[in-house]
Design a protein around this ligand. Sequence first.
Ligand code: ADP
Ligand code: MG
Length: 646
Amino acid sequence: MTEFTPNESQLETEQDLQEAQSGHQQEAAAAEPAGPTFADLGIDGCVLAALENIGYEKPSPIQEATIPLLLQGRDVVGLAQTGTGKTAAFAVPALSRLAELADLNGPSSTTKVLVLAPTRELALQVAEAFSSYAVNLEDFTVLPVYGGSSYGPQLGGLRRGAQVVVGTPGRVIDHLKRGSLQLEDLQYVVLDEADEMLRMGFAEDVETILSQTPEEKQVALFSATMPPAIRKIAQKYLRNPEEVTVKAKTTTAKNIRQRYLQVMGPHKLEAMTRLLEVEEHDGIIVFVRTKAATEEVAEKLRARGHAAAAINGDIPQQLREKTVDQLREGKIDILVATDVAARGLDVERISLVVNYDIPHDTESYVHRIGRTGRAGRTGDAVLFMTPREKYLLRAIERTTRQPVEQMPMPTVDDVNATRRQTFAQGITDAIEGEDLGLFRDLVDSYVAEHDVDPVEVAAALAVIAQDGRPFFAEELPELSKRKDRERRRDDRDGESGGRNRAPRSEEGKATYWMAVGHKHRAAPGAIVGALTNEGGLDGSDIGAIEIRPSFTLVGLPDDLSRDDLKRLGEIKINGQSLDIRMDRGPKGGGGSGAGRPRGGGYGDRPPRSGGRGPKGKQSFRGNDRFGGDRFGEGRDKRKPKFKKNY
Ligand code: ADP
Ligand code: MG
């Protein structure tokens, strides 16, 4: 969960504060260099001491603005970007009030504070923040309640009593229905990450909960953005609220190096693996645009020997949390995520953020790259940008007022230099770290028996370990656009030779029918080109293509909207509109090959020779913990050669 090591968070503290106060805050800070301290805000001494102990030096702008208002009992709407310290902004005054109440009336264990948060992770983070600020409060309990976990412990906790309950809306409603959560004594409600709760469809639940709270209470709403629906909730449930906005942090942190790599959609995976191979990294987050892409990219990275996993909104909370923990613990190195799933994620290990798909707005970009450079560390951010997306990059640079430096695609020489190094390091590590006794004896007796140079023996062992896979990456030919598209189609078929095969059913893809075929001279390259260049689809959106005399079947994302289909349908190939629609199959049913199992090595290479996970997980065996074999992917004995995706 959230780490709260005082020393580290001290660093993080200064870091985040500087970030939060840079940019738009700069002018104010310059005019009035010494803002108020926490003590100036009128916080209870016990809480103050805890903040000092954690290492918070002074309040962040949102805290400075909202804490005094909340201490006065005002309703507050607090708008500030992720990472600006909103949790303490509502938790510190809440605890301060609880401490005063306890001084006045003695201990009480009824629920006084209810915080609603959109996800299990965030509920846990908030609950942990509460406990860390409340270390000096006697008889204090905070209880997180969330879905996806058993009721037992939560019921027990509620029975024993918790002054603060932090929960996801659905589970809070469940507890209200069961009568296990009682709100008669409630004094303060917080809607945290309100925009996110709304996005997740919790609006109705939130209203239901609010309608079951006592009339007399204080309400605070914290959010990164203020869509109209949130404004409506605020108008309905907050009393004469003071609205505090801390300008979006459009300045990105100085400790994050930002680069972009120009790459065509179908080459992204190759770019990604080369990047992983030539640069040392600890934890990595890869951002993609769709849920389906998280699975797809994670799977392909695993097939190439990386310890990768996907998180997206469809994966149950509990599993998501587990995956994040695995990243934290180093059991996996790469998390492939959508924006929503990775929101607010705080994992210190993350040293690289890859924008595999470019985000559509600057704010998401800033959020995304803010996942690295935590706790005062430095971080790297790399953005994959297709030529058509240049304007988005320019927009990001304009808004953040920071240049993003261009990064060349790592060359084959770079990759091979790393492979040499990895090879050598693997030997050094084995000599230093392993007990070589048995093998030394075996080699010794072999050398004595056969009278060969030990170097020969070592080389032979390397050949065995390499298991037929090429050691060096090969220079990749410049591909003409057309050839490139043809080859991509071959990759999708999983076979070269250009034989068209019935589309396979792939996860997240459905078979669509198009009104062009051989008689319209519709070549696969032209179809892919039309769908990507004119249709705006990504290369990875396109599955197998089967061209028939008068029509074509093609695998495309199964969630194309009516508008998408209309737009795509108007594209023409050799004068014929695609007129695309979901395939219903011939009368007898499904000429689409649905249900056909996915072949092994589907467009994937075997795990590469080094098998090196990011940072120091060299292995000479080529199959890492998450290597291809284990996941039944990638290795294709008949075709020892790497299949090039570039
Ligand atoms: P938000 O909810 O706005 O996204 P959080 O409340 O999660 O932000 O805070 C982000 C980080 O900033 C946390 O690691 C937190 O410990 C740290 N932080 C909060 N307030 C301060 C402060 N006054 N000084 C230093 N660090 C702080
Ligand atoms: Mg927050």
